[in-house]
Write a protein that binds this ligand. Structure first.
Ligand code: DOR
Ligand code: ZN
Ligand code: ZN
Length: 446
């Protein structure tokens, strides 16, 4: 048998160990992991010169935009940014134009993405108004649902507990996960409105409106609904010490609760936000340093299950506005996440095993991506090759994303993805996109 590709001289991360080996790849899958002498014949060989091969990273929180928001990002540029950042699978958020919240909108989105994507893409759906639609959306292949508690986005009335309860009963029965943006709309609006009224339109007012208690309140509120339905819930971008505590309270035996943190909440603080300005504005916002260290502690203790970028690109003019309330919140993160994490590895604050667990193994497990997340025979050949010694400065002007700004711009990092393989194909090589669009697969819930 002649296989498609052999990757020789690799140091591969397999089951918590780094193994000197070769990988044989055929039809997009890992066929064999062994010594070079045991490799089958191959059409092509690549000598990886002892570089480190990680399982392809999975970013479970990405806003790829496109359709009506293509001016901010489209499927090609967003997945090019992913490949450049060493990410081989992304899960796409539903706050699009139109909002992904029906079988039809999901299907159109999948069709638009098809042949334009460079990495694998799975899709979230917002909740439809009619809970009967939930099953239809799943049949089309949505990987999970998203509940945005900060304002009304989907069809489900977020201020109506009975409606929430009914929807959660349905997803619980169908065993599908709900990812939740936990900020309590009512408390948030109340403060925001009073600030607007008083003409307080600065970052400080935004921080007060999006307070820690707004996050805690939403988490607690949602956990009450979960207790009655036993739905699987994943809390997105936990940003505060007490928010994390509230999530932990929900992680009781029998409850299926997971959570995520982002690099910006881990590595930035309000000081950075004040320095950089509204360009660094996100929702939830970055916090005081004590919160960032509480999150880091949460990672060490295994309380935080995954890391995700919350890549949320906007046009440059949208990041500046007359008032803070008009600024579009969100930052691109696909091209900074891995270098920032590898820098932590270099500094001894995270281990390589943490990075693989938080960005490959666990996301694969939580989102049921059964043939991805670790290097083993039969799995898809999604690989992230990294150079742990490469030092550079983040340069947002060179991003593949349309959003060429970052609060991490000019930060020194050590450790970079140097090659990305998606389904056995080399997509990124030394920062360049070297594949044609369409190599990424659309991931449908099995
Ligand atoms: O910062 C954010 N950006 N938070 C959100 O919840 C939405 C997101 C976006 O879509 O821009
Ligand atoms: Zn969010
Ligand atoms: Zn988001």
């Amino acid at each position: 048998m002649i296989v498609d590709l052999a990757l020789n001289n690799t140091k591969a991360y397999i089951k918590n160990r780094i193994v000197d080996c070769s990988l044989a790849i055929n039809e997009g899958k890992i066929l064999k992991i062994s010594k070079e002498v045991n490799m089958p014949k191959s059409e092509k060989k690549i000598d990886l010169k002892n570089q480190l091969v990680l399982p392809g990273l999975i970013d479970a929180h990405v806003h790829l935009r496109d359709e009506g928001k293509a001016y901010k990002e489209d499927f090609y540029t967003g997945t090019a940014a992913a490949a450049a950042g060493g990410i081989t699978t992304v899960l796409d958020m539903p706050n699009n134009e139109p909002v992904t919240m029906s079988a039809e909108t999901l299907q159109t989105r999948m069709k638009t993405a098809d042949r334009r994507i460079l990495v694998n893409v799975g899709f979230y759906s917002e909740f439809p108004k009619n809970t009967k639609e939930i099953e239809k959306i799943l049949e089309k292949g949505a990987v999970a649902f998203k509940l945005f508690m900060a304002e009304q986005v989907g069809g489900l009335d977020i201020d109506n507990d009975n409606a929430l309860l009914e929807a959660f009963k349905v997803v619980s029965q169908l065993k599908v996960l709900v990812a939740v943006h936990a900020e309590d709309r009512k408390s948030l609006r109340k403060t925001e409105d009073s600030f607007k009224h008083a003409n307080c339109n600065e970052i400080e007012a935004f921080l007060k409106a999006h307070s820690e208690s707004v996050e805690v309140k939403a988490v607690k509120h949602l956990l009450e609904i979960v207790k009655q339905t036993n739905a699987r819930v994943h809390f997105c971008h936990v940003s505060t010490e007490n928010g994390l505590k509230a999530v932990l309270d929900g992680k009781k035996p029998g409850m299926q609760i997971t959570c995520e943190a982002t690099p910006h909440h881990l590595f930035l603080s309000v000081d950075d936000l004040r320095k950089v300005g509204t360009l660094a504005l996100t929702m939830p916002p970055v916090r005081g340093k004590n919160h960032a260290s509480a999150l880091m502690n949460g990672i060490r203790r295994g309380w935080i299950d995954i890391l995700a970028s919350d890549h949320a690109p906007h046009a440059p003019e949208e990041k500046k506005a007359r008032t803070v309330w008009d600024v579009k919140v969100g930052i691109p993160g696909l091209e900074t996440t891995l270098p920032l994490l590898l820098t932590q590895v270099k500094r001894g604050r995270l281990s390589l095993g943490d990075v693989v667990k938080l960005m490959a193994e666990k996301p694969a497990e939580i989102f049921n991506l059964t043939d991805r997340g670790c290097l083993k025979r039969g799995n898809k050949a999604d690989l992230t090759i990294v150079d742990l010694k490469k030092q550079c400065k983040i340069d947002a002007s060179k991003f593949h994303s349309k959003a060429k700004y970052s609060p991490f711009d000019r930060w020194s990092v050590e450790g970079e993805p140097i090659k990305t393989f998606v389904n056995g194909q080399l997509v990124m090589d030394e920062g360049e996109i070297v594949a044609k669009a369409g190599i990424g697969e659309i991931i449908r819930r099995q």
